[in-house]
Design a binder for this molecule. Structure first.
Ligand code: ADP
Length: 235
């Protein structure tokens, strides 16, 4: 990583500012409002509850029904409210990632509803969404092995960088790798990538992403400890 500054003034390995608020929706069992640079996300978790229709049930664990959606007004050109292929794919892989953290085996034949709405987008919305969803699950009091801390890393203008914004993402040589780690175990639970990169840079980008996820994890813990000061220490 070089010391060069990016168009928004950040160093190559610097995250955008992140702020987190828990318990923002009284109708949800758990919720989180997260601002990540110019991305704004709200995540809610409800359940577990009995699953219907019953043929969707899994006798060994709860099903996580993760819905990632972008609000019509989240980008400059109106987004259709109808979930497209991209929303469905992100929902599927994010649900799997979150499943690594939640002790779903304790709730067979049930469903846990996770809804994430992107209110404003500036690249990296899927990782912001997953970071918020993981906190909403913790806020809902679900038993968890850890938290999912997600972040993107990649390349723009020939530099390997952490946390691409829309401007970085739109550069001609852009590589955008979305990652999520189960923390504190540092287990990779989501990996998606746009762009072309050699093996060496790919490993470097992944290393950068893990360092970024560690920072995200610290912020997540801080938010939880602030809301639940009596609940002892989180690793
Ligand atoms: P992710 O990196 O998780 O895919 P993005 O924010 O890049 O999240 O993408 C969400 C969608 O919104 C994409 O279709 C992207 O092109 C679009 N988008 C994101 N930011 C902006 C923006 N500032 N202006 C216009 N469109 C945007």
């Amino acid at each position: 990583m070089s010391q060069n500054k990016r168009p928004d003034g950040r160093a190559t390995s610097q995250l955008r500012p992140i702020s987190i608020r828990l318990g923002v929706n009284k109708n949800a069992d758990g919720s989180c409002f997260l601002e990540w640079g110019k991305n704004t996300v709200v995540a809610t978790v409800n359940g577990p509850r009995p699953i219907f229709p019953k043929h969707l049930a899994d006798q060994t664990k709860a099903v996580i029904d993760y819905k990632y959606r972008m609000a019509c007004f989240s980008v400059s050109e109106r987004k259709s409210p109808v979930p497209g292929k991209r929303d469905k794919e992100i929902s599927l892989v994010s649900g799997h990632a979150l499943e690594a953290a939640v002790m779903v085996e304790q709730f067979p034949n049930t469903v846990i509803d996770v809804n994430v709405l992107i209110l404003s987008a500036d690249a990296g919305t899927r990782v912001a969404a997953l970071t918020a969803a993981s906190l909403a699950a913790a806020d809902a009091g679900l038993p968890m092995r850890g938290l999912v801390s997600a972040v993107a890393a990649g390349r723009a203008n020939g530099e390997l960088i952490l946390d691409l914004n829309k401007e970085d993402e739109d550069t001609p040589d852009a590589v955008d790798m979305a990652t999520a780690f189960l923390m504190p175990q540092r287990e990779l639970v989501l990996l998606q990538m746009d762009g072309c990169v050699n093996k060496k840079d790919c490993s470097k980008i992944l290393e950068t992403a893990l360092k970024g996820a560690e920072v995200v994890y610290e912020l997540q813990k801080k938010a939880l400890v602030e809301k639940y000061p009596m609940d002892g220490e989180i690793q």
